[in-house]
Every structure is written in structure tokens, then in C-alpha cells.
Design a binder for this molecule. Structure first.
Ligand code: RFL
Ligand code: PHB
Length: 397
């Protein structure tokens, strides 16, 4: 059996695992990553696009943001639309100049993977973790396989950054956590299209036919989403139907949605999920492994990076000072932000999705919230500060 020895064994080469590996390396701590999928698969997986200021600042500080700075798009406001009426929530005035950046998750993953490999560090692709053992001792092990050969990573700590379907959460003792979940009665159909964005900033829209979101990737590529019924198949959505629906739902007087060739289409269920314990002995969970938010707040990837910050703080304190305090507080510290993001993501989801008949009590509540955003600076400020992401200092209590 192939044996690899390192300080931190990381499962998963998504945003959480890769950022953790780089940050530890910066602190002089060794790490090895194993990833279930192939490099091509991971880099083709289209997901997030909205990076909070915190996330961009971290990637910059790690020297991993050269392309992000060149190719990412800074946004200083967002459009919110309700029944065809569009308003803008500006960020700068409400957030001390904090803003968001649009840059595809798979580009982040590509940049971090390239930099890790360029530094001569170990990342094994097509190497699924099969078991995590002895995490309640000082010598945990990750058993994996690659190309039919079995292997083991002997390490001081295991970081399970292996996403919602990963092994990390399944390995945590079941009695050690409570699980919280909401499954929403709708899904998102997401597309990427070869067409310049029709808006300079993102547009979130409630319409009586359902939610729609206009996002972007570059000057030539647009990213858009539609609320669809759970269980709908992509075959029910030919390109013309998608553009027609987007154009109606995002529509506002004097504005036109440009359409173009769609080159990626997928349907994603919407859920809120978390467990309230992220650690057992020397096993730690970070990112989607521990929590999922509906994408309406643009928070999932950013939460993954925030978890990593707290985990690095704890591990650095352990290796530098022999102290376990930061690690012991990891769950508590990380969950403060996670619950805030859960609330905001749920708020954005219930504000903009069609949940009940148009004109119902539920609809009237949504309408009342939207009207209040327009008239109250305080309400708009609440949305802006959550949307761009609260600074780490906001949770020091
Ligand atoms: P990931 O990205 O799922 O990575 C986990 C990795 O672990 C691997 N793995 C294993 N490897 C080895 N052995 C095993 N046994 C393994 N089991 C699993 C997997 O192959 C994978 O490579 O989790 P991570 O790093 O925690 O990152 C989380 C983000 O991916 C996720 O939260 C975001 O994509 C959510 N999200 C958004 N987040 C934002 O911050 N801003 C957004 O704008 C945003 N938009 C979105 C989103 C997610 C979406 N979908 C498709 C769910 C839009 C959508 C449509
Ligand atoms: C995206 O660009 O993919 C995106 C942006 C904002 C969201 C969700 C997804 O809330």
C-alpha cells in the first residue's frame, strides 16, 4: 500500500480544500489533497460566480488572485425587480466601500490547482477517500485508492472539504450533531450563453411566473437562472422557451434581454442544510460538507472560504504555540457566520421566488418587503451589507 505522510490530509479539491492547502503552506504547514474526480471534471463543473470582498481579499493575500483581478468584474450595486419594477441597491454608501466580484468558481479552482501543482505540491486526482480512521487519536489516517491501487495518508489532522455528498460528514459520530434542513419546493435551471450581458449589474427578479436571475461571466458570456418546478427535466426546456421565460420574468419597461447560443444547461435543487458540529477529535469539516445554502444569496463558496480561515487560525495556533483553543472553538466560530448566511439566503429566496398564488397573503408579504427596500435606507443597508458579506470583525463576540 502506498503511504503518504503529511501534517494535514485534505479530502476534496473544491474551493475549500484548495484554499486551505495554500493557506496552510503559507503558514509553513504541509498538506496533501486527494480528489475523487478527474481534473477535467472538477474544472468543467459550473457553479458559483459571486465572490464576496472577504474571499477576494483572502485570495489576494495568498498571491492567488492575479487572473481574478485581471478578469473578474467588480460590482458596486445590484438590481432588484418585482412585478417588472426594477430598483437598484447601491453598496458603497451602505458598506464602507465593500463590493462583490463576479468570477467563475471553476476559474478559482483552476487558478488554485495550477498554483498548487506549480509549487510542486501533491494533489491526487481520481483518488477517492474510502475511509477516515483513528481521528480520535493523534494519528488519523485517510484510506484512498487511485488507479486500482490502495493508499493511506497518515497525518496529524484530517480536513474533510469534500462537499455535500462527501465522506467527512458521514464519518462524524451521528450522536455528535443535530441536522437542520429545508427542501424548497422549486429548483433552479441555470444556463451559460455566448451573449454579452444585457445588464451592467446582477438582476434578481420576482415575477408571477417565478424567479429569474441575470448574472454574467465576462463581456461575452452571460449566466442566467430560472425558477422551475422540482422534478422538471432539462428536455422540457428548449433554448427558445428559456429565453422567452427569462425575457418575461426579468422584463422592465425600456429594457431588452439579448439572447444567444446556450452552451451549458443544468437544473439544481434548492436546499438549506447544516449540521451544528463540524469536528470530532482530529477530523474537521469545512464548506459544503457541513452546510448548504440556496444560491439566491451567493453565499456557498464564500462560507466555505470563511470556514477555512477559522480552521487555518486554529491549526496555525496549534503548530506555532501548541494550543488547541482555536481548534476547539472552530465549530462555534464558523457557525456564527453560517447561521447569518442561512438567514440571508432564506430571506432572498423567499423574497424573490414564487411560493404561492400571485396575489395571495404570501405574495403580499413579499411585495411589502420589496416596497420597504425602496423606502427605507436601513432596510436597503441590511441587504447590501449581507450581500457583499460581513467583515470577520462582525462576528467577534
Ligand atoms: P465542493 O466544490 O463541492 O468540493 C468538494 C470536492 O470534494 C470532492 N469529493 C471527494 N474527494 C475525495 N474523496 C471523496 N470521498 C470525495 N467526495 C467528494 C468532490 O469531487 C469535490 O471536488 O465543496 P466546497 O469546496 O465546500 O465549495 C463549496 C461551493 O462549491 C458551493 O458552496 C458553491 O458552488 C455554491 N454556489 C454559490 N456560492 C457562492 O458563494 N456564490 C455563488 O454565486 C454561488 N452560486 C452555487 C451557485 C452553487 C450552485 N449549484 C450548482 C449547487 C450557483 C449554483 C447553481
Ligand atoms: C452566478 O453568477 O452564478 C450567481 C450569482 C449570484 C447568485 C447565484 C449565482 O446569487
Amino acid at each position: 500500500m502506498k503511504t503518504i505522510r503529511t501534517q494535514v490530509g485534505i479530502i476534496g479539491a473544491g474551493p475549500a480544500g484548495l484554499t486551505l492547502a495554500h493557506w496552510l503552506r503559507r503558514q509553513g504547514i504541509d498538506a496533501v489533497i486527494i480528489e475523487h474526480r478527474s481534473r477535467e471534471y472538477v474544472q468543467a463543473r459550473v457553479r458559483a460566480g459571486l465572490l464576496e470582498q472577504n474571499t477576494v481579499d483572502i485570495l489576494k493575500a495568498l498571491g492567488l488572485a492575479d487572473r481574478l483581478i485581471r478578469e473578474g468584474h467588480e460590482h458596486h450595486g445590484v438590481y432588484l425587480s418585482f412585478d417588472g419594477e426594477r430598483i437598484r441597491v447601491p453598496f458603497d454608501a451602505h458598506t464602507n466601500g465593500r463590493h462583490i466580484t463576479i468570477y467563475g468558481q471553476q476559474e478559482v479552482v483552476k487558478d488554485l490547482t495550477d498554483a498548487w501543482q506549480a509549487a510542486g505540491e501533491t494533489l491526487l486526482f481520481e483518488a477517492p477517500a474510502l475511509a477516515i480512521e483513528d481521528f480520535d487519536t493523534r494519528h488519523p489516517k485517510i484510506y484512498f485508492e487511485q488507479a486500482g491501487e490502495k493508499g493511506v495518508i497518515e497525518c496529524d489532522f484530517v480536513a474533510a472539504c469534500d462537499g455535500f455528498h462527501g465522506l467527512g460528514r458521514k464519518t462524524l459520530p451521528r450522536h455528535s450533531y443535530r441536522e437542520y434542513a429545508i427542501t424548497y419546493p422549486f429548483s433552479w435551471l441555470g444556463i451559460l450563453a455566448d451573449v454579452p450581458p444585457s445588464s451592467d449589474e446582477l438582476v434578481y427578479a420576482y415575477h408571477e411566473r417565478g424567479f429569474a436571475l441575470h448574472s454574467l461571466r465576462s463581456a461575452k458570456v452571460s449566466r442566467l437562472y430560472l425558477q422551475v418546478e422540482n422534478g422538471e427535466s432539462i428536455d422540457q426546456w428548449p433554448d427558445d422557451r428559456i429565453w422567452e421565460e427569462l425575457s418575461v420574468r426579468l422584463g422592465t419597461p425600456g429594457w431588452h434581454l439579448q439572447s444567444g447560443p446556450i452552451f451549458e444547461k443544468s437544473i439544481t435543487p434548492m436546499r438549506s442544510f447544516l449540521i451544528d458540529n463540524l469536528q470530532a477529535g482530529r477530523l474537521f469539516l469545512a464548506g459544503d460538507a457541513a452546510h448548504i445554502v440556496p444560491p439566491t444569496g451567493g453565499k456557498g463558496l464564500n462560507l466555505a472560504i470563511a470556514d477555512v480561515k477559522h480552521l487555518v487560525d486554529g491549526l496555525a495556533d496549534f503548530y506555532r504555540n501548541g494550543s488547541c483553543t482555536g481548534l476547539e472553538l472552530y465549530t462555534q466560530t464558523a457557525l456564527r457566520r453560517v447561521w447569518r448566511a442561512q438567514e440571508f439566503s432564506n430571506f432572498m429566496t423567499t423574497l424573490f421566488h414564487k411560493q404561492d398564488e400571485h396575489g395571495s397573503f404570501q405574495y403580499r408579504l413579499q411585495r411589502a418587503r420589496f416596497d420597504y427596500i425602496r423606502t427605507s435606507e436601513a432596510y436597503a443597508a441590511t441587504i447590501a451589507e449581507n450581500y457583499v458579506g460581513l467583515p470577520f470583525s462582525a462576528f467577534d463576540h
